[in-house]
Structures are given as structure tokens and as C-alpha cells.
Design a protein around this ligand. Structure first.
Ligand code: GAR
Length: 189
């Protein structure tokens, strides 16, 4: 049995997709959803999906107690799915190469502090980029700078608005994120 922890801050469409993708697979379980945002719709999704929800504040999230909690859940992979806090060093040390993030752009472009969600798509459109995409990467102590695992690009047209780009990125995330997670869990090529 492989056990995931999914960290969320927002709408939770990636959480939903990951849960539905693995639902028929008895080998994979989402052991918990960790949320840093009491208002996040992802919290409701976790409840609807029957996944234990752990709400965290900054003090608990950065404490060794939180690391112990994750260890006690026997987590194989921590998945950041729209989670907006920096991951503290103690958690990185406890889960080496076992924390991944999805970013809605082609890193290293449009990454770093402040580049999240819609801000990314607005910057991409303002720069008249001809393409954007998604990046799935290992998490280190800096925003969006760990080793890249997977990227997929999508063509943009000059008339695309930030909302149009977001919709294209959403499709890429839904198609690819669970498959990459599965590959990492089972070491498939
Ligand atoms: C996703 O597009 C994800 O790539 C992005 O936030 C969105 C979360 O959507 N992540 C970042 O911007 C991280 N810097 P969701 O809550 O509906 O899954």
C-alpha cells in the first residue's frame, strides 16, 4: 500500500482529480489532506471524499510535531497541490525526494515567491509568451527551484486571456499530475 499526503491551500481541483484517479486502485490511499487555509474549498472536497483533513497554522506546520505526525502516518509521497507555504527544512530532511509540487508554468520561468495561481497566467500573457505549461518538481527549501521531474507545454494564441491560459493549464494538470504521481510511487518508466 502506498500512502499519499496532499497539501492544499485553495480550490482543490488537483486533489479531486488525484483522489478520483486512484480510487479504483487498492494499492494507493490518500492518508490525509493538509490545509493551511480554513476557507479553502479543498477542505470541503476532502470531507466529501472521506479523506481525513488536518488544518495547520504556521506554528504547528513548522514544528517537529508536524513532522512526527507525517511520519506516524507512514507517508510515501507528499504532494503539494496548490499549497502556498514554503516547506520547512525539518520536513524536507524527514522526507528526502519525497515531496513534490506542481507549478502552473514552465519553470524556471514564472516561478518564485508571489508566482502562484492566476498571478502566473497574468505574467505569461503580459510577456506575450507563445507557450506555457506545467512543471512537476521535487521540493527544496526555496520556492519552485527543486529538480524538475516532468514538464508539458501548451501553445498559446495571441488572443488568450489569463483565464484562457488557466483553462489550458488546468487540462494539463488533470491529465498529467496523477500519472506522474503513480510513476513516482511505483518507479515506472
Ligand atoms: C494549480 O494550478 C497549481 O498548479 C497552482 O495552484 C493551482 C491550484 O489549483 N500552484 C501554484 O501556483 C504553486 N506555486 P487547485 O487548488 O484547484 O488544485
Amino acid at each position: 500500500m502506498k500512502r499519499l499526503a496532499v497539501f492544499v491551500s485553495g480550490g482543490g481541483t488537483n486533489l479531486q482529480r488525484i483522489a478520483e484517479y486512484f480510487a479504483p486502485n487498492p494499492e494507493v490511499e490518500i492518508a490525509c489532506v493538509v490545509s493551511n487555509n480554513k476557507e479553502a474549498y479543498a477542505n470541503q472536497r476532502a470531507k466529501n471524499l472521506g479523506i481525513p483533513l488536518l488544518s495547520v497554522d504556521k506554528a504547528y506546520f513548522t514544528s517537529d510535531l508536524f513532522v512526527e505526525r507525517m511520519k506516524s502516518l507512514d507517508i510515501d509521497l507528499i504532494v503539494l497541490a496548490g499549497f502556498l507555504w514554503l516547506i520547512p527544512q525539518n520536513l524536507i530532511d524527514a522526507f528526502p525526494n519525497k515531496i513534490i509540487n506542481i507549478h502552473p508554468a514552465l519553470l524556471p520561468k514564472y516561478g518564485g515567491k508571489g508566482f502562484y495561481g492566476h498571478h502566473v497566467h497574468e505574467a505569461v500573457v503580459a510577456a506575450h509568451e507563445k507557450e506555457s505549461g506545467i512543471t512537476i518538481h521535487y521540493v527544496n527549501e526555496k520556492y519552485d527551484s527543486g529538480d524538475i521531474i516532468f514538464q508539458k507545454t501548451v501553445a498559446l494564441s495571441p488572443s488568450d486571456t489569463p483565464d484562457d491560459v488557466a483553462a489550458k493549464i488546468h487540462v494539463l494538470e488533470q491529465e498529467n499530475f496523477p500519472v506522474v504521481i503513480e510513476r513516482l510511487l511505483f518507479d515506472k518508466k
